[in-house]
Design a protein around this ligand. Sequence first.
Ligand code: ZN
Length: 250
Amino acid sequence: MPGTRILVLSDLHANATALDAVLAAAEGRWDVCVCLGDVVGYGPDPSEVTGRIRAMGATTIRGNHDKAISGIMDTVDFNPVARAAVDWTRAQLSAENLNWLAELHPGPFATNDIVLIHGAYQDEDEYVFTPSQAMDGLLDSSSAVTFFGHTHHQGGFSFLDTTVELLQIRPRATDSFTALRLEPGRRYLLNPGSVGQPRDGDPRAAFAIADLEHQIVEFWRVPYDITAVQERMRSARLPEPLAQRLALGR
Ligand code: ZN
């Protein structure tokens, strides 16, 4: 649909307070919502966040945590802290929510003239941090604009002719958003950042809004009550490093 504004969420990681802040900031600015996976894992609110994403009707692909928690991937590659969170999360979720997670689409998944991936284009569990790792997605995607997550770093890459460019497109600490103008002929691999556990040095919740008709992608950051989330994590006896990293954004 022309003029459709797409709210792009990724790596929510069971953080309902961050998701609430994102939805409040984005209210009235979007028509459809897509989600790049890792709805759950690490955070204290798996049922709430799963329920909200389902109620919003967001087109959702699976992340590695969604796969591990719903039992369709083993946790041998997870560190002990992540594995402890997987076990805790699985015990919180209803059979129906676990089933919804297990049946999520794998990426790449095309919708609304964009393509969704969790990790890399050819491997949903691989990280894309560097231009060479971005090359597959930039070249192989069926759309000029592809969104990915998994790294929890807001930003991305663009490609024209033979050159990949790293895009530094995070809003400054004093700004809520920064806009990227898409150039015709250029291809993009863009990361909205993580809603629930940012790791790019800015602890604010991250998301993006894409308006392909006007060729604009906005990259947003919004503050949320990190202390409240940390308190819920401590009451749930989730591993302490997971609580501490929220305040650092690392
Ligand atoms: Zn993640």
